[in-house]
Design a protein around this ligand. Sequence first.
Ligand code: ADP
Ligand code: MG
Length: 472
Amino acid sequence: MKKTSLVYKLIITFTLILAATSILVAGTLSIWFKSYYFNQKKEEFNSQSTIIENAAITYLTLDSSSNLSTLKNVMDFVSKSVNADILIADQIGYTYAVSSVSHEDYKFSNLNIPEKEMNILKQGKSIVYNNIKGNDGNEYVYMTPIFKGASFSGIIVMIAPLSSINSSLIKANEVIWLTAFVAIIIGAIIVYFYAKKRLIEPIDKIKTAARRIARGEVNEEISVTSNDEIGELADSFNVMAESLKTVDENRKAFISNVSHELRSPITSIKGFISGILDGVIPRDKEGYYLKIVYDETERLSRLINDLLDISTMETGKLKLNLQEIDISNMIRQCLAKFEGIIKENGFNVDVTLEMAHQYVYADNDRLIQVITNLIDNALKYGYENGNIKINTKSKGDKVYISIYNDGPTLTKEQTVKIWDRFYKADISRTNKVSTGLGLPIVRLILSEHGEDIWVENCKDQGVVFTFTLKKV
Ligand SMILES: Nc1ncnc2c1ncn2[C@@H]1O[C@H](COP(=O)(O)OP(=O)(O)O)[C@@H](O)[C@H]1O
Ligand SMILES: [Mg+2]
């Protein structure tokens, strides 16, 4: 695991937090336990001392020689039960009875209890005084006064070696600290596995998928189903992968369409020219076939121009030269170019312009391209001898220009697809002047202007294309 890895950082952070809390809890527990343990000891000594006190009073008041052995027996018994040595001293601290040999040297000597401690005992209170005979630290010494009636007449001293007390404390501490340590280790392990399952594995999946996509394998999808941020990341990733897939498919389709569109005119040009060169085409027919060749080269150059237009616009290199244009005038001029076709096919063209001169902001050449394309489509896909209606209407700061033609209505799918490059809805009429690039170009030009175009079916038959322009 790298030091920069997320799991590593997580485990370290979590372990540090857990360790800090565990140490705090264990420390508090151990301090608490120590004071609890000493309190217990004190209470135990306290309750046992009353038994000795009674025996000591009897010894002091009655015949001492016969009662010393009774006192000794009681002291031995209590000493064993509380696991401490017991000394009995008189009111000035002079020892006259000792329970075990280990403190035999204290017998018949003064314990030299300082004035301050002595005063506390005289008040009838028990004390813990570890410094008896200058024996600091090694023994736990508990002293309780003996009262005969109201008079202070002696001291019971209970001495437990600190080592025996400490060994119990050490044991308890060992348990406390071991538990804390185990908690830290188990916590770290849980975090490791949780982080691995919930963070590392899904992130790895996303990483691998991203690398595959970078290598061109666009069919990647990741299956991370958690509903947290990682799950959201995986979802966004899948959306991105999906759109890359679409882009890739579009790219492939585009290349295949372009190649196809280029191949057919080139094939026929090649065929007719070789026919002429070989003499297969008779001399008197040469003019006729050269005309076809000329038309095909026209079609090729138009296709290439369209492609260049699309490329310019899609790469954002199209510079619009916005100026004030009389749209009414432009519509009339564009229609004039089609006069021949209109007459030939018997179209009935109805132009209803809201104003004789309506000024809009647009790029002159590009707007001609838009109108020409739309009129060209209307004539191409409208019924022969049918109606063509062109009208303008202003609303707010916009002018709406509609071009209607009689003809079959478009299906819902077609109304979406006609804006795609190379899409030709009317397959039966794919004649030579159809590239499927007209509408995409029209839409790109208008969106460069910040304007919109849409198509609607009319009630029984016919379609109408409407686009907007900004009024001056
Ligand atoms: N006025 C229209 N009426 C019916 N269909 C139309 C009309 N204009 C366009 N279409 C459909 O949309 C398709 C795409 O149009 P376009 O992009 O201009 O390409 P092209 O004119 O080269 O076929 C056409 O092939 C046709 O099927
Ligand atoms: Mg067209």
